[in-house]
Design a protein around this ligand. Sequence first.
Ligand SMILES: Cc1ncc(COP(=O)(O)O)c(C=O)c1O
Length: 375
Amino acid sequence: MELFDVYPRFDITPVSARGCWITDQNGERFLDLYGGHAVISIGHSHPEFVKNLSEQLHRIAYYSNSVQIPLQEKLCAALGAASGLDTYQLFLCNSGAEANENALKLASFHTGKSKVIAFKNSFHGRTSAAVAATDNPSIISKLNAGHEVAFVPLNDLTALENALSEEDVCAVILEPIQGVGGLGMADNAFMESVAMLCKRYGAVFIADEVQSGFGRTGKFFAFQHSTATPGIISMAKGMGNGFPVGGILIHPDISAQSGMLGTTFGGNHLACVAALTVLDVLENEKLISKIPELERYFRMELSAVPYIRQIKGKGLMLGFEMEFEVADLRKKLLYEHRILTGSSKNKNLLRILPALNIGADELDLFFKALKTELQ
Ligand SMILES: Cc1ncc(COP(=O)(O)O)c(C=O)c1O
């Protein structure tokens, strides 16, 4: 049998990892500024993560949602405390796309409507409604294209209000900071207006925090840089530090009905322990409060690097747009300097999404490599 060949892959084979470092099969070490696409939040193989998951594995790894799983209630309490959203309700699933799929479905159940508004350059995942709300026709099959989605430009309030005005919209789905799309940012005032207009026209504001959540931008959720109140917040990636777990937080105005949503694996014992451990480590190591200083350092150091047009992003969801395409630069960083970085839809943009406990000394290795390549 062969793998279904859908991924362009770099020629490295990680066999172990610790913190921000990956070791390959030849014993070579790589600095991981990509975090497996913003997934590694508290660092690879964090000792607490290894200990807690191993201990849970020895007790019980999994049972379905047909029984009591008190770890889920423990996670509700911890997430409520960490995010300040303790009045919201939690539904657990396994990935970012699944979180958004459930968010959109729930918005449709709640409003009785079906049209979705998404934004230019959005990415919300590969399942049917999530991919239909993704601004990339090449990954939307005929099957997915049956959903009714209007794409409006980010930060264009007039276009948004026009699209909402027929009152046939169930959800407006927005990444506060676009990931795959290339770090386009919703202005705080715009996010606040999205929330307000959704209320006015009877739609649900879904904040897609799959990539930007769990502290990555210096607040627990990126929308919390504003005063907006979403109806649903989707999350995944950093939530499990590599263990597959996702979820949605649901505003108290939206009521649950038995059987409305469901999943076999979502909220299993191991997934809950992974997410609880991430929350514990974020708190114990005060990781979120250290992020603004790391962002300042990144911006300051990069201001001395040539050929950079613009530094983009927030917290540790950062990147810079060069005057040229960055594919060759990323290859040089990987194969000559042993540094993994990220890309985006914008071919001139290089992104970094490191573990939230990265140190300035590790970032220095990146700046040094960049200066060597570009000067
Ligand atoms: C903002 C956003 N939403 C949703 C997804 C989909 O997540 P997953 O790949 O876990 O399905 C991604 C993945 O990159 C993402 O960046």
